[in-house]
Ligand binder design. Structure first.
Ligand SMILES: [Zn+2]
Length: 267
């Protein structure tokens, strides 16, 4: 993965530890700290972010699923810590057919248990949901972090998920409201997922497109990131490229467009 990161000149690398679609957790044996540092230096990667499994649902009301989710997230935090990761990103989860309050109460309790059992310092970063039911707005994530009260928590904003949840980044008024909410997060904003959308606004579909080749467009995405006050959050592209992930020209084009953010935001 470091080789691939070098090919596209990435400063921030996001990866999974183990398969994101099975419950079996078999992370690769991490290289030793010195070897890891050497690999990073050679690749130009400055920050490594781990994405937790897609199977994890921290807001579920199903006890068996919740227990599996807690165990897998705990193991992921440990593996991420061993890799010297800057954080573990996890989706906020959902409850089918339930009211948002019940999902939110379950989520807060689950996060508290995971963090109480975890003895590693690696940040846990909550990502906004693409569904229009729960955890889709920055202020929802901020409220959850406030309630859990643990210094290891942070927030990730995925531009495609905002759009899928019905927040139209292309509209100046919607964007102004959004920027205000993100600014209220302050230093909690740890990460951007910079993705265009293959589905229309409000579709509730987590369906990413290459930036500038989707329904949102590069201008609106760059406008949002530029209008937000915090410039120290890292950014990751989760786009298909030609099928093999972000391409070098996409990374360079977006970095150039975001140039006004200065050196704070690494991509
Ligand atoms: Zn994402």
């Amino acid at each position: 993965m470091f080789v691939r990161a070098r090919e596209v000149a990435a400063s921030v690398l996001q990866c999974f530890v183990g398969s994101p679609r099975t419950w079996r957790f078999e992370p690769p044996t991490p290289p030793g700290p010195e070897e890891l540092a050497a690999m990073r230096r050679a690749s130009g990667v400055e920050a490594l972010v781990v994405h937790a499994s897609y199977l994890i649902n921290l807001a579920t009301s199903d006890d068996a699923l919740r227990r599996r989710s807690e165990a897998l997230l705990g193991a992921t935090l440990e593996a991420a810590s061993a890799l010297g990761a800057a954080g573990v990103v996890v989706h906020v989860g959902a409850q089918r057919g339930a009211d948002p309050t019940s999902a939110r109460v379950a989520l807060v309790a689950t996060i508290r248990r995971v963090l109480a059992r975890s003895h590693v310092a690696v940040p846990l970063i909550l990502e906004n949901s693409a569904s229009a039911l729960f955890g889709q707005r920055p202020r929802d994530l901020g409220a959850i972090v406030d309630e859990v009260r643990d210094e290891r928590l942070g927030v990730c904003i995925d531009t495609q998920h905002l759009f899928a949840a019905g927040i139209d980044l292309r509209d100046d008024r919607a964007r102004t409201e959004l920027v205000r909410e993100i600014d209220e997060l302050g230093p909690l904003l740890a990460l951007w997922h910079v993705n265009d959308s293959a589905s229309p606004c409000g579709s509730r579909r987590d369906h990413h497109a290459n930036v500038g080749h989707g329904e949102i467009g590069q201008a609106a995405i760059v406008a949002l990131m530029s209008e937000v006050g915090r410039t120290e959050a890292d950014a990751v592209l989760e786009v298909p490229g030609d099928g093999g992930g972000p391409r070098l020209d996409y990374v360079l084009a977006l970095r150039a467009a975001l140039g006004s953010l200065g050196d704070g935001t690494r991509l």
